[in-house]
Every structure is written in C-alpha cells, then in structure tokens.
Design a protein around this ligand. Structure first.
Ligand code: BTN
Length: 255
C-alpha cells in the first residue's frame, strides 16, 4: 500500500482497514499484542471516529485520511508531553503545505490545521504513562483531502485540500509525506533537539503575537496571544491581565 515510503521505522508495520469504529481505539486495543514502534493503522471508513474533548470526527469514506500512529517516547516526562502535540502539528502542517504550496496553512492552538482559517485536519493524541514517563503515545490524524461536502454544522468551518485547490489528491502519497515529516521531527525530539519544532510551531501559530477574539467564560474577549506554555496552556493578555488557559476553558471566535 505504501509504495514509496521513505522512513526508517514509521509506517513499516502498516495495517489498512476498510472499516473500523476508530483507528485510535483499534491501535489502543492492539497494544496488548505489543505492536512494533511506528505501527500505523489506517481506515477507509471510521464508524465512530473520536475527536478532541469527547467530540466525534466525521470523514467521508475513502475520500480522506484517518489514521493513527504508535510511538514509544519513553524519553519524555509526563509534563513534557505537549511537545508531541507540537511535533505532530508541525509535521502535518508541513505536509499539507507541501501539496498546497500557495495556501495559508496555519496551526490553530493546540493542534488543528487550518487552510484559509478553516479546519482541514485534527489531531487526537492519547498518551499512556509509566511512572512519570511516557510509555505509548497514539497520534490520531484526520485530514480532509478529497471531500467536497461537509455536514451543515461544520460546513462553514471545515475545508478539504480539494475544496481549496480543485485538485484530487492521492491519499497514500500524502500519508507517506506526513509519516516522513513526523519521523524526522521525532528523531530530533529524541535527540533533545526541540528548537525546530518550537520555532515552526510558533511561526505558523494562528494569531501568535496578534489580537484575536476568544470566548472566555461565555464572553467574547479581545486577547493578545503571547505564547504557549510548556504544559500546552495558551498564554494571552486579556482584560488587562496575563491569563493561561486549557483547551476546555476557551473557544476561538472566527469572524
Ligand atoms: C479533533 O477533534 O480535531 C481531532 C480529530 C482526530 C480524528 C482522528 S481520525 C483518526 C484517529 N482515530 C480517531 O478516532 N480519531 C483520530
């Protein structure tokens, strides 16, 4: 299936399923069989795809990428786990940009990928700890590639690579590119070299060092984005004070 994959380990154990409830769930169940580091599970159709914060991820069968990768970042402590989120977002952003060279492809904190301010991809990371260190991480990615219609509730906020460009993309070629970019950054991370990940994350972070509209406690508040803490909290100057938020605490307002 992955004919031109140029990685050392990521995706070498590749399982392609026609239908499953969720690739993240499937991979998590597979852990009892000790699958190799870098295992990738892809599905043409997910019946019950998981999104962030208990939401669902809808993807038209056969048109997009829905897959999960297994890594064992045992060199990371629990309080460093957000770097995996940054790594996945940077790699995915770069892969999308490679195929859409002229598009504005940005990262929306914490790890959505936007094209023209609309969501083209989402990432769901599920970590397992052993003591104070990470044991497994499952990085699940949903990337809208050739889908042209979205359900009414997201049709104004979702986009696909084809909707932006008019081009029908080969899904497996994009998967190969994502795996290559992810493995490269993971290798740097393993060596303790985080600068490229940190810099690229901020370089393409939507609203970074700008004023954006956030919904804080059901109120729309103009907020200046100062940065992202090591623990992943968004740091903003709002209502005349410095504030830090978890993903559950705020909503982005786009208009
Ligand atoms: C989000 O809400 O933005 C995260 C969406 C993550 C969806 C992907 S699709 C493949 C993998 N398997 C799942 O069940 N979810 C992730």
């Amino acid at each position: 299936m992955l004919k031109n994959l140029n990685t050392v380990f990521l995706g070498h154990n590749f399982i392609s399923l026609s239908e499953i409830d969720s690739t993240n769930r499937f991979l998590s169940q597979l852990l009892s069989e000790n699958p190799p580091d870098g295992t990738v599970i892809m599905a043409e159709k997910q019946k019950n795809g998981k999104g962030q914060m208990g939401t669902s991820w809808f993807s038209e069968s056969g048109k997009n990428l829905t897959f999960s990768m297994l890594l064992h970042p045992s060199f990371l402590q629990a309080d460093q786990m957000f770097i995996l989120s940054k790594m996945a977002a940077v790699a995915l952003r770069e892969a999308v940009q490679f195929f859409l060279p002229n598009a504005p492809v940005m990262i929306k904190w914490p790890n959505d990928i936007l094209v023209e301010k609309k969501k083209v991809a989402g990432i769901l990371i599920e970590n397992q700890l052993e003591g104070n260190f990470l044991k497994h991480t499952i990085i699940g990615i949903g990337l809208n590639i050739n889908q042209l219609m979205f359900p009414p509730e997201i049709q104004h906020t979702a986009i696909s690579m084809k909707l932006y460009s008019g081009i029908d993309f080969p899904v497996s070629v994009i998967l190969e590119k994502i795996l290559e970019k992810t493995e490269y950054l993971y290798h740097l991370l393993k060596e303790g070299k985080t600068a490229e990940i940190e810099n690229e994350y901020l370089r393409f972070l939507y609203g970074y060092q700008e004023v954006v509209l956030l919904e804080i406690n059901q109120k729309r508040v103009e907020s200046y984005v100062v940065g992202v803490e090591k623990n992943g909290q968004l740091c903003v100057q709002a209502e005349n004070k410095m504030q830090k938020f978890d993903i559950k605490a705020i909503k982005w307002c786009f208009d």
